[in-house]
Design a protein around this ligand. Structure first.
Ligand SMILES: Nc1ncnc2c1ncn2[C@@H]1O[C@H](COP(=O)(O)OP(=O)(O)OP(=O)(O)O)[C@@H](O)[C@H]1O
Ligand SMILES: Nc1ncnc2c1ncn2[C@@H]1O[C@H](COP(=O)(O)OP(=O)(O)OP(=O)(O)O)[C@@H](O)[C@H]1O
Ligand SMILES: [Mg+2]
Ligand SMILES: [Mg+2]
Lengths: 228, 228
């Protein structure tokens, strides 16, 4: 489903070049549940943004369903992203002038889903993350963990094949974190979705069937549940 | 040092009134290390914003060093806040057009500290959170955990008497989280600072000498290390 070969990412900053990802090779099968761990600043979000077609690698190939998507034009990548991928951002990136409900409806409106249908699907998804009672609040009138859950609802509402979640429980208490984890696991087990999630929480990482560790922009170790 | 009596906070939203904090009484002694826990949306940040003079209670009294500060005018509250309080925001709130270093220097420039001195103090504080190597990056060129550490450095650079930290390790891996916790504990033990920190991480909460729990806008339980 997802295959990265020799992925590097380099930034130019203040005239010098900084390499953030150094030749990453990674294969994620359909229906897998992969956890990504690693120290702050190691390159996890950068890697996730490349997988999510939000950023281009500097060198390397990225095969999504056997098509090399790294070098497609922006429009093509946007279409693929909107169809296939649900992304929960580390910084949420909710639109400040829209309510929680309107934020969740956004991916559906890009696809041309009629408003009444989009509203119904979005309220259902907000229910699943226990945020329906705040549907009419704008992000500034939501707590940190409430914003995170709205971002999760928005990532899932379009029924994506691949769910990419960048620290989706970072702002949540342990009960709500587990509810979110249960939701992801249900989607992977019952609907065969592929889930890749970045986390700093070992309680969450240990529930991922497989996890990989990033350090200084390289993949350093793999753990599968079978190994422990 | 800090005493809240009968603090309530109500918002008007869409024509109806929602009460977020219901009659909170809380005393925090000088030099205490207090942890605040509780479910997402329970009112922790709202409570912290009132303690940090960023928000006014709807009713109730707030004595800071025996002065009722709840009803002082905005200018007076700003001055007190800048002198006494260092605040680590749950959402960081770094200024996007300034570098990490410039963001940390900001509280010092409000106090009229000369630039060369402000720069030196800020680089030292960035060293303490291991962020000196990214001093010249703007927030968009920093990882989530790096932004959080810059926000911590900015809260501490002015040597405040009271440190209020809203989920200061939410974006950090466990080693970096413990480094931050060690820094707060050092400041409290060696420099007698008062620390109030909100956390979802029980490993962090258990290191606070005392912790209180918020549920639905009320304080429901107190735990001191002595009770366990
Ligand atoms: N636009 C940019 N220009 C230069 N460097 C950048 C840019 N964006 C990110 N970086 C650097 O890339 C490195 C990796 O960032 P990334 O966001 O991938 O880390 P991360 O592993 O997700 O960290 P965290 O756990 O703190 O979220 C960091 O050192 C960061 O400073
Ligand atoms: N401007 C506002 N108008 C109306 N309701 C608000 C506003 N700001 C916050 N709220 C509500 O107040 C409640 C408490 O929010 P608060 O940010 O204090 O929660 P919290 O305990 O910090 O949660 P978290 O752990 O998710 O950060 C939430 O239900 C939120 O929706
Ligand atoms: Mg990250
Ligand atoms: Mg909060």
């Amino acid at each position: 489903m997802i295959e990265l070969k020799g992925i590097t990412r380099t930034y130019m900053i203040g005239g010098t070049s900084q390499t953030i990802l150094h030749g990453i090779d990674l294969k994620v099968e359909d229906g897998e549940f992969l956890g990504i761990i690693g120290p702050s600043g190691s390159g996890k979000s950068t890697l996730m943004n490349i997988i999510g077609l939000l950023d281009r690698p500097t060198t390397g190939q990225y095969f999504l369903q056997d098509e090399d998507v790294a070098q497609l034009d922006d429009d093509r990548r946007s279409i693929i992203r909107n169809q296939f991928i649900g992304f929960v951002f580390q910084m949420f990136f909710l639109l400040p002038r829209l309510t929680a409900l309107e934020n969740v409806m956004l991916p559906l409106s890009y696809r041309g889903v009629p408003e009444a249908k989009a509203k119904e699907m979005s309220m259902q998804m907000l229910e699943r993350v226990e945020m329906a009672y705040r549907a009419d609040h704008k992000p500034s009138a939501l707590s940190g963990g409430q914003q995170q859950r709205v971002a999760i609802a928005r990532a899932l509402v379009g029924d994506p094949k691949v769910i990419l979640a960048d620290e989706p429980t970072g702002a949540l208490d342990s009960k709500t974190s587990q509810d979110v984890m249960n939701l992801f696991m249900k989607l992977q087990q019952e609907e065969k979705k592929t889930v890749v999630l970045i986390t700093h929480d070992m309680k969450i990482a240990d529930q991922c069937k497989r996890h990989i560790e990033v350090q200084d922009g390289r993949l350093v170790q793999e753990t599968s549940v079978g190994d422990q």
